[in-house]
Design a protein around this ligand. Structure first.
Ligand SMILES: [Zn+2]
Length: 403
């Protein structure tokens, strides 16, 4: 994919949407048709706000297509256990992991969850995220899943960025269903899904299809039902092995299969045959934090797949809020080129949310989501300056939302 850079550029924005991106002086602008259409051609017109960025570089707002930022408590105790050698599976088996988060979430009020998640959204905006997907999945009961989704809805209403909600009731099996997993699948099908749909709380559904979690058959069963309600699918797949997540994802027309730490040529071929319908989303923050393999994204891109990258921001396996950090990991650990990473956190990530006609690039008709950068050549400086925020100001829908 091509990456165009414009010198001496302007962006004309009306009602939060880009009317035109072009090059030229202020004098040129004043005589320009798109400009005239806006307000009679006068720069001094009170309806027109002129913002001079003093030659700073601008790039599209970042798109984070996979996060779990509504959670009750961080899990830094597990972090210390993991350093001593405990595996993800061992921590989960000892009652930690997702189930630990579920227990704490059930005990936390909706207001508190909202307040904590709001702080995380604020940080993400400061680091350039202007489109954000958030999943439920720490509730694991009808009541608590709805509670999480209501918090996400409130975040949508409160923050000026684009937020999408994903129902992830099938994130893990709660302790009380450990010996009767089919009953939990029934609970999702019979009670959770209808309630989520009735309250219009989700834009997509997600299932953790992996070893020890939901089988491909259970995943298909859940996604079939969701299809009847018109909820598009996303999948957590192939984190722990070649466990059929891509197969069921492509079969069920999922918008994305995320994780893919294990992905053979068989899976890559399936992605390819989906013709860009199912986007592979890799989460290098998780591989870094858990010390598990990185998704073979170098191979995937060489294979012609439109790879997207996301933070997977969550308390247990990726306490990473920044797509800039993810970009650095993707370059150094996955051997992606800076330009490939740039596409993976903008336009390809937008495709994983089916928002590619709205966000992820700077062109006429797109939402005016852009970042004013601290340095030139940001595509390269973002992955280069690991841990240093390269964003000076974040604009979403034409308004400055963080600086
Ligand atoms: Zn996840």
């Amino acid at each position: 994919m091509q990456l165009d850079t414009l010198e001496n550029a302007y962006i004309i924005v009306e009602d939060g949407v880009i009317l035109e991106v072009g090059m030229g002086s202020r004098a040129h602008l004043e005589t320009h048709s798109a400009w005239a259409k806006l307000g009679g051609g006068s720069m001094t017109s009170p309806e027109i706000e002129w913002i001079d960025l003093n030659g700073a570089e601008v790039m599209p707002g970042l798109v984070d297509s996979h996060t779990h930022i509504v959670f009750a408590a961080p899990r830094h105790e597990e972090f210390a256990l993991r350093i001593q050698g405990a595996t993800y599976e061992e921590i989960a088996a000892a009652g930690g992991g997702i189930l630990n988060s579920a227990k704490k979430l059930r005990e936390t009020t909706e207001d508190q969850l909202f307040e904590d998640a709001s702080k995380r959204v604020q940080i993400m905006m400061e680091w350039g995220t202007t489109t954000l997907e958030i999943k439920s999945g720490y509730g694991l009961s009808v009541e608590s899943e709805l509670k999480m989704l209501r918090v996400i809805k409130r975040l949508k209403q409160t923050f000026p960025i684009h937020i999408k909600a994903t129902f992830l009731g099938a994130h893990a099996f709660p302790i009380e269903f450990k010996q009767r997993r089919e009953d939990y699948v029934d609970l999702i099908l019979r009670d959770m899904l209808p309630a989520v749909v009735a309250d219009e709380l989700a834009d997509h559904i997600d299932v953790f299809c992996d070893e020890g979690f939901f089988t491909p058959e259970q995943t298909e069963q859940i996604l079939m039902k969701a299809q009847q309600y018109g909820l598009p699918a996303k999948i957590h797949g192939n984190e722990l092995g070649l466990t059929g997540g891509v197969q069921v994802g492509v079969k069920m027309n999922a918008w994305s299969v995320d994780h893919l730490e294990h992905c053979s040529e068989v899976e890559m071929e399936l992605f390819k045959h989906s013709n860009g319908h199912t986007i592979p989303v890799a989460l290098p923050g998780t591989s870094y934090f858990l010390g598990i393999p990185y998704a073979p994204t170098r191979k995937m891109i060489d294979y012609g797949l439109p790879v997207a990258l996301a933070t997977d921001f969550n308390p247990g396996s990726s306490p990473v809020a920044s797509l800039q950090t993810v970009s650095a990991l993707a370059c150094t650990q996955m051997k992606l080129m800076p330009q490939e990473v740039f596409h993976a956190v903008t336009c390809n990530a937008a495709r994983a949310l089916r928002m590619e006609n709205e966000v992820g690039c700077l062109a006429a008709g797109m939402s005016a989501d852009f970042l004013v950068m601290k340095s030139k050549d940001a595509v390269k400086t973002i992955p280069y300056y690991l841990g240093q925020n390269q964003v000076q100001q974040t604009y979403c829908r034409g308004n400055c939302v963080a600086n």
